[in-house]
Design a protein around this ligand. Structure first.
Ligand code: SF4
Length: 933
């Protein structure tokens, strides 16, 4: 248990049922402490964790609301202040900022300074009382205008709450006792409030001595006179700088040096996984915002459940990047490359052909030529774009979109500022850049990732502190360029000075060392990415001296493959041991066998590693074939080998395409079912349908089918549903239009006519058909979509709902790639022979979708002998276990097995040369001959 938790436990025990209020730096810290207390078994009845501002809000907010005030929407003051500053800079009487052009940087700097002045309790009059100074006078003037703006809009903020609550501190719970964490921020007005509400009933939770300077605006310094609650000593490493005659023995700290900040995070995550530490036992504290972002990326990539106490930058998410690109598009004067990038990245679900621009983009585009635009309108349009056209998101990205939409809508409904498109967009861009979402308290089963100043409250037993090299930690002392530190000190002793921020970072690290039972500190001393070197921060040197241990160097490659947390690390670990293959071949024979196979597959010979299995598969004539199985074999025997011999199914798409309701397969099945239903129940099948009645009938059938399908396949979003429904309706209309043109002597007679599927009704036959194809006989089963009867015989149709790209009406067989239509024609002829022989049969494909507008390709099938000649060589190869890769780019481009076979391509002419000793020459010749045709 940490000393903080001990102090809290004692506080609760001493005031068991008295109301207790503990001031904490943030809600997340309060929740984390509450959970840690509960886990320690402490009874904490009547205890409340609150930030000073939250307590002030509780005391006085109802009065503000009753008087017609409302809380200041986040960033609304920045937006409203932008035109005020612009106008001020253009005023010829402005002396101090005379040559200063307006910029977003200047706006942010002045706005930050004004907020610091307000929270410190410094008034514009105080600034004016300073000796004659143009700068302070200018700041006072802007400050007064800023306050007027808040007042006019009747917005109250934190400083207003503190002032009112200090006067109303008698409304606090009667008889309450108070404690405050040393880490709680207490700028001027907050300090006055805490002292006024808590009075003498206040105690500090922290340490009396840290051994280093205390940050000026935290309770540890602002309430230095307040006694601390009794508690045990901190962890020994926390006393590093406290001078005692006996230096502490530090055993709970590990020091590590890495090559690159991202390696630091990677090593921390790997360590957690390999050691099997429960995630909710571990916290990672980062010294810089960049490291937090890297940690966010890596934890997501490795799917490690994590909470981020300070939230996540919206720019790391697709919704944030989308809005930023749209704002950049506006700033660039309409350069479409910004939008095209969004489409390419599938971030924007829209069509950018001129007639189909999304409505929000059309309106935004028009705004570009306006003299002035309102921030509210631009924010609203961006929110609408996010809501309606950024729909291709995964579930985990939706909170980011919702959070940004809420922020933009909030600004839109409260801001009145107007300005040129560039200034309005610039300010909104600033708001988006600063926006963070998903700030959450530590959760059970989750790793907690936080900045250093927010770490240590969850009482977790293991703490990683990363980014402790001198370039990042403790950071550079900065100054407010507008109000320098010495000016701030002169104006008010409650105004924060910024040069002490690095010292504050060190203080936070020292308190963390005092809190954590096991701390692992790491620094990056060499960045592999750019070769930059840096020194470990001085605290690492101090700790190395104190522990008498040099920091351990994390090797670039992990040293122990057995404990690697993932495959890539495992591979890296092996690679450092790679050497003579014979040396480890006996230990890991499967690895050397894999290596041999890999080498053989890359080489240009035809071996058992490349489709020539050497196994005898028996008589292909004994199998019952389907047309698609035969087509797979003729298109590429190697593909057949993957699918039907090794039975490797391509992995399913990890995520559904969120721009579509139905996958292409589901879409096609639904249309097949629709056409079957429509045709089977035609009131008068002998006549072509009229377009009007036919369309009404098919659309009503479609509505029913859509309704049933939504019950099993939920649409991912309304837009995707709408798009697919429109496409289905268009296909249905096309189908009826085509049917209305059907020749009157062509009568539909059969639908889904099957053979080999135990169906014995209508034209169907329960048994497979035996087809004699020259000197080859095969057993075939299948399902014919439709059979029409004509005055001279029959026409067989196979509905296609995809593209006709791969089909050629002048060569429907496509060199053996498209066998189905021909096989079905002969199969149907065989079936007829048993019932109604001697008819002429034509066969083909009916592209019954919106895409191909009902195009039909019909032909007289090749003779059975011709079909036999196509199938015989390849069936004979398959029977002898040979499945050569086809190596035709047209086939490989859309092949499901491309990823595992791309490197295996071999040109036919190379097969006969460079023969492997194992292979059968006759087989090679047959394969070469077949591949060459
Ligand atoms: S990638 Fe090409 S060679 Fe490999 S299985 Fe597919 S079609 Fe055949």
């Amino acid at each position: 248990m940490t000393y903080q938790l001990h102090q809290l436990t004692k506080f609760c025990a001493d005031h068991r049922i008295t109301p207790k209020i503990v001031f904490v730096p943030s809600i997340q810290a309060g929740t984390a402490l509450g959970v840690a207390l509960a886990r320690s078994g402490t009874d904490w009845i009547n205890l409340r964790f609150s930030t000073p501002e939250d307590l002030a809000r509780d005391l006085v907010e109802p009065t503000f609301i009753a008087d017609g005030w409302m809380p200041l929407p986040k960033d609304a003051d920045l937006v409203e202040f932008a035109p005020i500053l612009r106008e001020y800079l253009s005023d010829p009487d402005n002396v101090f900022f005379k040559n200063q052009p307006y910029s977003q940087g200047l706006l942010r700097t002045i706005h930050r300074t004004l907020r610091a002045l307000r929270i410190s309790g410094t008034s514009p009059e105080t600034l004016l009382r300073q000796r004659d100074n143009h700068k302070l006078r200018a700041i006072a003037q802007l400050y007064a205008t800023y306050q007027d703006c808040l007042e006019t809009r009747r917005w109250y903020d934190g400083p207003d709450l503190f002032v009112a609550a200090t006067d109303a501190s008698d409304r606090a719970p009667k008889g309450a006792v108070y404690a405050i964490l040393d880490e709680t921020s207490l700028p001027g007005l907050a300090r006055q409030f805490v002292r006024s509400v808590a009075g003498k009933n206040l105690r500090r939770i922290g340490r009396d001595h840290y051994g280093i300077p205390r940050p000026g605006t935290l309770a540890v310094s602002a309430l230095e006179d307040v006694p601390t609650l009794p508690g045990p000593d901190c962890q020994p490493a926390g006393s590093l700088f406290v001078s005692t005659s006996d230096p502490p023995t530090i055993e709970n700290v590990e020091l590590r040096l890495c090559s690159g900040p991202e390696v630091e995070i990677d090593r921390a995550l790997s360590r957690i996984l390999t050691e099997g530490w429960p995630l909710d036992d571990v916290e990672i504290a980062c010294s810089s915002p960049d490291l937090l972002e890297d940690a966010y990326g890596l934890t997501r990539q490795r799917e490690i459940p994590s909470t981020y106490g300070a939230g996540v930058s919206i720019l790391l998410t697709r919704p944030g990047q989308t809005v930023r690109s749209v704002l950049n598009w506006l700033l660039s004067g309409g350069d479409r490359q910004w939008l095209r990038a969004l489409l390419d990245g599938r971030q924007l679900n829209a069509n950018l052909s001129d007639a189909n621009w999304p409505e929000p983009l059309v309106t935004l585009s028009k705004l570009q030529s306006a003299d002035t635009v309102s921030t509210s309108e631009v924010a609203n349009l961006c929110a609408a774009l996010l809501r309606e056209h950024v729909t291709t998101l995964t579930e985990s990205e939706e909170p980011a979109r919702d959070s940004l939409v809420a922020r933009l809508e909030d600004l839109a409904s409260h801001c009145q500022a107007r300005g040129s498109i560039t200034s309005v967009v610039g300010t909104l861009m600033d708001v988006v850049d600063q926006h963070r979402f998903d700030a959450r308290s530590p959760q059970p089963g989750h790793l907690n990732v936080v900045p250093i100043d927010r770490a240590g409250f969850s009482g977790r037993s293991r703490l990683f502190v990363i980014g402790l090299d001198s370039s990042l930690f403790p950071g550079q002392p900065g100054e407010d360029p507008l109000l320098l530190d010495h000016e701030r000190s002169r104006i008010s002793d409650t105004l924060e000075v910024l040069r002490t921020r690095p010292a504050a970072q060190v203080w936070h690290l020292v308190r963390l060392l005092g809190l954590s039972p096991h701390a692992i500190l790491s620094a990056s001393t060499y960045r592999l990415s750019d070769g930059q070197e840096s020194e470990p921060a001085s605290i690492i040197h101090h700790l190395a001296n104190a522990t008498q241990k040099l920091p351990e160097i994390d090797p670039i490659l992990p040293s122990d493959p057995e404990h690697s947390p993932d495959v890539s690390t495992w591979k890296l670990a092996w690679s450092r041991q790679a050497g003579d293959i014979d040396a480890y071949g006996t230990t890991v024979p499967w690895l050397t066998a894999g290596s041999t196979a890999d080498r053989e597959r890359i080489e240009r010979s035809f071996t058992r590693y490349k489709g020539l299995t050497g196994a005898v598969f028996g008589d292909p004539e004994g199998l019952t074939w389907s047309a698609s199985r035969l087509e797979t074999l003729t298109r590429c025997p190697y593909r057949y080998f993957w699918r039907y011999v090794l039975r490797i199914d391509p992995p399913e798409e990890e995520t559904r395409d969120t721009t579509r309701w139905l996958t292409p397969l589901e879409f096609g099945s639904l249309l097949h079912e629709l056409y079957q239903l429509y045709m089977a129940d035609l009131p008068d099948r002998d006549q072509p349908p009229s377009i009007d009645t036919g369309t009404n009938r098919i659309l009503s059938l479609l509505d029913e089918l859509i309704d049933t399908t939504t019950q099993t396949i939920a649409p991912p979003n309304p837009l995707a549903f709408k798009v697919d429904v429109e496409r289905l309706r268009a296909a249905a209309r096309v189908f009826v239009a085509e049917e209305s043109k059907r020749p009157t002597d062509q009568i539909p007679r059969g639908f889904e006519v099957s053979f080999g599927f135990d169906e014995n009704s209508g034209l169907s036959s329960p048994d497979p058909v035996r087809l004699s194809l020259g000197d080859l006989t095969i057993k075939l089963r299948g399902l014919i979509d439709r059979v029409d009867e004509t005055s001279t015989g029959y026409v067989i149709w196979d509905y296609k709902t995809g593209s006709a790209f791969h089909y050629d009406s002048s060569d429907l067989l496509g060199g053996g790639q498209h066998l189905q239509w021909a096989l079905y024609a002969h199969a149907f002829a065989s079936m007829l022979a048993e019932k109604d022989a001697g008819e002429k049969i034509e066969s083909g494909y009916y592209f019954a979708s919106d895409r191909e507008h009902g195009r039909k390709m019909l032909s007289t099938p090749p003779t059975r002998g011709e079909l036999g000649q196509i199938l015989k060589p390849v069936l004979s190869l398959a029977g002898r276990g040979a499945f050569p890769p086809i190596q035709k780019t047209s086939q490989c481009r859309f092949c499901d097995y491309k990823a595992i076979c791309e490197r295996d391509h071999v040109l036919p002419h190379s097969i006969s040369t460079d023969l492997h000793p194992d292979v059968d020459k006759d087989l090679i010749d047959t394969a070469t001959e077949w591949l060459s045709t």
